[in-house]
Design a protein around this ligand. Structure first.
Ligand code: NAD
Ligand code: UGA
Length: 458
């Protein structure tokens, strides 16, 4: 009988770190270790300056670290000690070979499976926490069962649904915890061991058990549906701009239909983040590989609309700034892919900055948490970019401001002061619809928002 007193997570990233910190904080009777091949990341988890910014995370880590939560690079030793191993390594889109640009790159995943096999000396439960193509658990089982020692590995899928910026809240109070496993005595026992861990703080009726493949596919499907809502509202935003309908009014009106609900209907410059695009492309690849081309095309269009929305935003800037931004100072307010995170993976701001730089604009970027990412994310063009910690200084002498991340601080700025310091005519392109546009127009700005009629003085 496998017990669950020693928990290990392989991969100390945005998912591994916060999820394990929460388990350790809520379950003081369990020992939780998180390992990673990235030594700097582990050192940061052991310091006062955690490697990721998440509201509330410092307190959760501080409550458990050194008591029953440990961060380490001793992967072999930690595997030997563990009863339950969560695997939360990265699963990016493949950039080479078959399926390049669509399929998941499973090299980190497979390496982990082989490491588990190499260092295990007793039976274990292995839990997929990473987001994986449906039926990946089967490959994991095949690798793990290829052992001459006769050890038994029960593979489960427990996908993570937290969103960055609200990770702590999402983990404390999840809509649901999904645990997929085989309907065999071993599978049922393993599922109930994992369910017992979550039951410490998650209500029983929010813990859903299913078969392995349903759990794997539910994760991809959830992300695809969420992203689809954003692309749907963004597609309508373009129609609003030419018909003088207002996208926020349309979103509110449809969101009051209880069958649709109000969330994830905020039109924007486009969704970013490490997962939506990757997971949809993965779904597209799987569908095509089963010959389901119509299904693949349907989901691929969600990504296509997102790219179009980003490109459309820059086209709109250019068209309204007299078809040239060459040599013009343009302040980008926000670089993170959403507010309350320092993460910039697939951020719309990267594409917008790159397109403006290609037009020879002088780009100045402000962001309260993500400025450290600018050099790497804009590699090849970074020398032409200025990073500025103070939004007022970023806007000084600028022709335009583009709001790219919905940080609350951008709603609280003194826009009269900003207007006075800018070149005229002064433009605001609100890619997040977070500002109050009429007063800005009255100050003198030309205001262009997503899905709204422009407010122009000329
Ligand atoms: P991440 O890149 O932040 O972290 C992954 C970590 O795994 C890295 O630190 C990397 O060094 C480590 N790693 C890779 N191979 C390893 C190995 N062999 N041994 C030890 N460590 C290894 O990624 P993330 O954002 O935490 O995402 C992890 C998974 O969770 C992905 O599949 C992702 O799709 C999924 N997910 C992410 C989020 C999110 O909000 N970021 C939410 C839900 C699900
Ligand atoms: C998303 C999902 O919300 C999580 O459930 C999932 O676990 C996670 O992906 C994952 O698998 O990684 P995340 O990407 O962290 O979480 O953040 P979201 O809040 O979903 O935002 C994604 C992007 O969509 C952001 O760029 C955000 O600004 C944008 N967005 C979101 C909109 O443009 N409009 C909206 O109405 C909502």
């Amino acid at each position: 009988m496998i017990n669950s007193s020693h928990i290990l997570c392989i991969g100390a990233g945005y998912v591994g770190g916060p999820t394990m910190a929460m388990i350790a904080a809520r379950c003081p009777h369990l020992k939780v270790t998180v390992v990673d091949i990235n030594e700097a990341r582990i050192a940061a988890w052991n310091s006062d300056d955690l490697p990721i910014y998440e509201p509330g995370l410092d307190d959760v880590v501080r409550a458990a670290r050194g008591r029953n939560l440990f961060f380490s690079t001793d992967i072999a030793g930690a595997i030997r000690d563990a009863d339950v191993i969560f695997v939360s390594v990265n699963t990016p889109t493949k950039t080479f070979g078959q399926g390049a640009g669509f399929a998941a790159d499973l090299q980190y995943w497979e390496k982990t499976a082989r490491q588990i096999l190499a260092h295990s000396t007793r039976d274990k439960i292995v839990v997929e926490k990473s987001t994986l193509p449906v039926r990946t658990a089967q490959a994991m089982e095949r690798i793990l069962s290829g052992n001459p020692t006769g050890l038994r590995f029960e593979v489960l899928s427990n996908p993570e649904f937290l969103a960055e910026g609200t990770a702590v809240k999402d983990l404390e109070n999840p809509d649901r915890v999904l645990i997929g496993g085989h309907d065999t005595p071993g599978g049922r026992q393993a599922r109930s061991i994992i369910a017992d861990i979550y039951r410490t703080w998650v209500p029983r009726d929010r813990i859903i058990e299913s078969n392995l493949w349903s759990a794997e596919l539910s994760k991809l499907t959830a992300n695809a549906f969420l992203a689809q809502r954003i692309s749907s509202i963004n597609s309508i935003s373009a129609l609003c701009e030419v018909t003088e309908a207002d996208i926020d009014e349309v979103a509110y009106a449809i969101g009051t239909d209880s069958r649709l609900g109000p969330r994830f209907l905020k039109a924007s410059v486009g969704f970013g983040g490490s997962c939506f695009k990757k997971d949809i492309l993965n779904l597209v690849y799987i569908s095509r590989s089963y010959g389901l081309n119509e299904v693949a095309d349907y989901w691929e269009s969600v990504v296509t609309i997102n790219q179009w929305q980003q490109a459309r935003f820059v086209r709109n800037m250019l068209a309204n700034m007299f078809d040239t931004v060459a040599g013009k100072r343009i302040a980008l307010f926000g670089f993170a892919f959403k507010a309350d995170t320092g993460d910039t993976r697939e951020s719309a701001a990267i594409g917008v900055a790159r397109q403006l730089l290609a037009e020879h604009a002088h780009v100045v970027i402000n962001d309260p948490k993500a400025l450290g990412r600018v050099k790497d994310d804009l590699e090849g063009q970074a020398d032409d970019v200025e990073c500025e910690k103070d939004p007022y200084r970023a806007a000084l002498g600028a022709h335009a401001i583009a709001i790219l991340t919905e940080w609350k601080l951008y709603q609280e700025l003194d826009y009269e002061r900003i207007f006075d310091s800018m070149e005229k005519p002064a433009f605001i392109f609100d890619g997040r619809n977070i500002l109050d546009h009429r007063p800005l127009f009255s100050i003198g700005f030309n205001v262009f928002a997503i899905g709204k009629a422009p407010l122009k003085h000329f």
